[in-house]
Design a binder for this molecule. Structure first.
Ligand code: HEM
Length: 420
């Protein structure tokens, strides 16, 4: 059967949805997903997913799902209620089910409160000189590469390294471990794709085991030699909360530090590469922003709207409900399509125009109780990076790329070659 119950009285062809999703994952779809998001939006705000549940494409409907109290993240309790929970039981998938983003209240509220506002003004001000230093050092490497080779890969020289240096420094993780952290993060992420293959799950399982060893060791070593750093603070907090259960305190700490680290890496790196790509895509745009650095923050937000580092996030209905006119039964999973939502012309007119001064709206950092904890840090990294890049490389140009990893959920630019 190819026709599935549609929205607004429409019938949606299952094969058409599969075709768009397949094209989204292809190199062409990764390079230019805009027409595919438009195709999905044209099918409705709430489109039946071929494997059950729904894809949510409209801005308003996505925002409602992210912010609504009746929508939950797919936690372990939900997974265990499924008639066939197989897809959720792969070790790497299961591991992520304990992370902050997969907890509902009250466990989520308790963990999130324990972190407070991680990147408040004061913390960011204290981090800023370090971030300036990391950017300057990375751009020295970029400059040298451009001088000796005539072109350079912005991703491997700088964009991918800034987030791991920033968060590594903040958590007190020595630089010698950064390459290893990046490596297992890139491999672990497969398990968080929509329909990972058995081979991808095996790669993720191996990466998950490495990740567990790494962060467990980190906590053990920090516990032995605590300091005034953020991780020592978390250890003190959870030891005080769970005075009689050190093993449980270690478990909570592992999931916190592991998830915060990996959540901060590919996402921010993708933002940096995408922002540069979009600014160099049109003649004169780079120079325009260089002369008006007061609009760097606007450019960052437009890049976040235009090409979000995370494409898809999932929620489940906590009760029988109606979404954009479509009845959705309790426990049904829906997939929020951030890119499709950000390009909804009802919210952002002429969505395919990259307009730094648009003052548009986006859902790129999610919403509601799970709103991204690192949004302010990601913005600070992007601001510092762009400001220095604009100053030091007034004649920067695209040489080749971008090249994207073939992913559906977590976007990753693997190469962006630039020249001067
Ligand atoms: C451009 C960079 C980033 C993007 C686009 C991004 C995006 C997101 C999104 C979409 C979510 C899910 C929100 C939801 O479910 O409603 C999220 C959650 C989260 N992000 Fe980010 N993120 C970025 C950078 C960071 C950084 C730098 C950190 C940490 C240093 C971080 C830590 C987290 C954490 C801990 C959560 C889980 C929050 C919760 O479930 O309560 N993110 N992020």
């Amino acid at each position: 059967m190819t026709a599935v119950a549609g929205t607004d009285g429409r019938t949606v062809d299952r094969r058409a949805v599969i075709s768009v999703l397949r094209r989204l994952r292809s190199p062409q779809g990764q390079t230019d997903p805009l027409p595919l998001w438009a195709e999905l939006r044209a099918m409705g705000d709430v489109v039946p997913a071929p494997w059950g549940g729904y894809l949510v494409t409209g801005f308003e409907a996505c925002s409602q799902v992210l912010r609504g109290r009746t929508w939950l993240v797919p936690d372990l309790a939900w997974q265990d209620r499924l008639p066939d929970p197989g897809r959720w039981q792969a070790p790497a998938t299961r591991e992520m089910s304990h992370a902050l983003s997969r907890l509902n209240a009250p466990a989520h509220t308790c963990r999130r409160r324990s972190l407070g506002n991680l990147f408040d003004r004061q913390t960011l001000a204290a981090m800023q000189p370090d971030i300036e230093g990391h950017v300057a050092a990375l751009l020295d490497v970029l400059a040298e590469r451009l001088r000796t080779h005539g072109e350079a890969d912005l991703v491997t020289c700088a964009a991918e390294l800034l987030p791991v240096r920033t968060v590594g420094h903040w958590l007190g993780i020595p630089a010698e471990h950064h390459a290893r952290i990046l490596d297992f993060t890139h491999r672990q992420v497969h398990a968080q794709e929509l329909l990972p293959t058995a081979k991808q799950l095996a790669v993720s399982a191996e990466a998950t085991a490495e990740m567990r060893v790494f962060f467990t060791d980190l906590i053990r070593q920090r516990r032995a030699r605590p300091g005034n750093d953020v991780l020592s603070g978390w250890i003190r907090h959870w030891d005080a909360q769970l005075p009689d259960d050190r093993a449980e305190a270690d478990r909570v700490l592992y999931y916190l530090v592991m998830f915060i680290t990996i959540a901060s890496l590919e996402t921010t790196a993708t933002l940096l590469s995408v922002a540069v790509r979009l600014l160099l895509a049109e003649p004169g745009r780079w120079e325009w922003l260089r002369e008006r650095p007061e609009h760097i923050d606007d450019a960052i937000d437009e890049a976040l709207r235009y090409d979000p580092p995370i494409h898809i996030n999932s929620r489940v209905a906590g009760e029988d409900t109606v979404l954009a006119g479509v009845p959705v039964a309790r426990d049904t999973m829906v997939h929020v399509l951030y890119g499709a939502a950000n390009h909804d012309p009802r919210r952002n007119p002429d969505p395919s125009v990259f307009d730094i001064l648009r003052g548009g709206q986006h859902l790129t950092f999610g919403g509601g109780a799970h709103y991204c904890l690192g949004a302010a840090l990601a913005r600070l990294e992007a601001r510092t990076f762009l400001r220095q890049l604009l100053n030091r490389f007034p004649a920067l140009k695209l040489a080749d790329g971008p090249v994207y990893a073939p992913r559906m959920v977590f976007r990753r630019v693997t190469s962006l070659r630039v020249t001067t």
